[in-house]
Design a protein around this ligand. Sequence first.
Ligand code: NAP
Length: 233
Amino acid sequence: MELSGARVLVAGATGALGGALARGLHGAGARVALTGRDAGRLRALADELGGAPTATADVVDVAAVRAAVEAGVTALGGLDAVVVAWGVVAFGPAAEADDAVTEELFAVNTLAPMSLVRAALPHLPDGGAVVLLSAVVADAPTLQMAEYSASKAALSAWAGVLRREVRARGVGVLDVRPPHIDTGLVDRALAGRPPRLPPGHDPEELVGAVLEALRQGSREVVLDPRAGQLVHR
Ligand SMILES: NC(=O)c1ccc[n+]([C@@H]2O[C@H](COP(=O)([O-])OP(=O)(O)OC[C@H]3O[C@@H](n4cnc5c(N)ncnc54)[C@H](OP(=O)(O)O)[C@@H]3O)[C@@H](O)[C@H]2O)c1
């Protein structure tokens, strides 16, 4: 994908990685539209990015998610890619997980990304791309993170099937499964306290890997454990 001039909807743009990806895409010459649930923070980022169009949506409201996609398409005059950076985490033993917290994890991490991508797909052209932020725990389910791991593994499994189904249309699906990144996500957990985590990677490392993956049409961004860095392939 040629990023310069590409029309990209970034969902979860008020988040640390969503914001960093929106800035990175903007810096690479893409035209971005932003969604988030906090209108004020969304507007501040939009102003920073030269007046990018915005639409507010809480992900539990599927109609609002669909409307945000349509608003982005209208504002940008079409859509070449969509980046989904919504996410929440929770910690604690699986046997003690709260049902409401588990529902929110799956709503935000799994079901809402599926809804948004389904709404965006009819607009994506040959050469278009879907970018989903899953997590390393999709490959390595982690103690004290059973529900988070399951929500991300489900998203990653869905992305893998979607990729095969839309390949004939020329639409790529990039499954980003990062390790711990220094964004403060773990301090905003819906429940519980984080276990001991390895040192976090720099968000800019993730942005660089995702942008290069988009340029190359890669399928995933993951940690290369030997190199200790994110790679796309
Ligand atoms: N940071 C890491 O270590 C790491 C590692 C692997 C994968 N990831 C994944 O990367 C993605 C981004 O993470 P991050 O570190 O950037 O976290 P973040 O800064 O907390 O961003 C999360 C985003 O999700 C949004 N969100 C949460 N619940 C929502 C809801 N009900 N409706 C609408 N938006 C909602 C937040 O909106 P508000 O701004 O309004 O709260 C925010 O924009 C997540 O999917 C995360 O699981 C992160």
